[in-house]
Design a binder for this molecule. Sequence first.
Ligand code: UDP
Ligand code: MN
Length: 329
Amino acid sequence: MSRVVCLTDRGTTQDRMFNKKRFFLILLIVVPVTLLLPVSYHTTIAPFFGARRDIGTREMVALRTVPHPQERNKEHCTNNVYVRPPPWSHSLPTIYVITPTYTRVVQKADLTRMSNTLLHVANLHWIVVEDADNKTSLVGNLLNSTGLNYTHLNVHVVEKITSRGSRQRNVALKWLRDTFRLNDSHHGVVFFGDDDNTYSLQLFDEMRYTEKVSVWPVGFTGAMRYQSIKVNALGKVYGWETRYAGTRPFAIDMAGFAVNLKLLLSKSKANFRVYNVGTGQQETRFLQDLVTINDLEPKADNCTKVLVWHTRTTKPPAFKSQGDPNIET
Ligand code: UDP
Ligand code: MN
């Protein structure tokens, strides 16, 4: 009887040992898997891990205050589509994108497409200037709902002018000059992005560290498949590849360059001409006040890559019905 008991005791101890081992083994598998799951499912938080090396105190606060995905559903995303830009970094220069815009049937579609692109870019501030007497709720609500950093301005040009969008660009330049001082430690770059163009994300990487003026090719402009820039073996710009007004000192499209913010602040008079400026002359007249050809910094692999396209949104065919006038399109 006692022998049986003895055997049973030994058996129980072995069982316990086995159970303990099994428990730790399961723990070893379950814990890392549980920790990894949220990272793979909610990819929007993955960039925070990547950016951690780079970010300062403000971003660490932002990282801690990121709401739970279920809470985010209500405010910042539609079901599982996240609409928040990456966290702000103190170490990156800010990209100021200046966009003139005017009321037309495809305006909301164009601005929506553009905002979806900009949402991918860190440290980006969108300056949207409406060609209107008053700021419209369509643009205001759209900007507000994107979660982008933005400034909403307006100025109306009544006359029919060839320099479309330039009065608006000047208002944005004034805002920058009123907001920043030349001796601020703040670093930035200014890019003129029309609301109907198409922008690759790489373009923003290319322009971010512009020292004076950086340049790159633009697709579908200058009467060419792409309008480009002539760059010599030493990486210096020496001319233009265009079929349109090639003798201009800077034969380049509005979407083909970016300017260092400090340079713009130091040249306080540099603005776009609104009146008495021929078609295609705005860019060259503006750049002539800022730099010489020797100062240009070719980007996009020495201007061999097209990262921006001068696309145009076609007007939809005439509507057979206007539908409910309260529904915004
Ligand atoms: N634009 C504007 N007011 C106008 C016409 C155009 O503010 O009366 C804006 C437009 O939304 C765009 C930029 O100016 O962001 C350039 O206009 P558009 O795209 O029509 O010019 P294009 O493509 O012909 O250069
Ligand atoms: Mn356009």
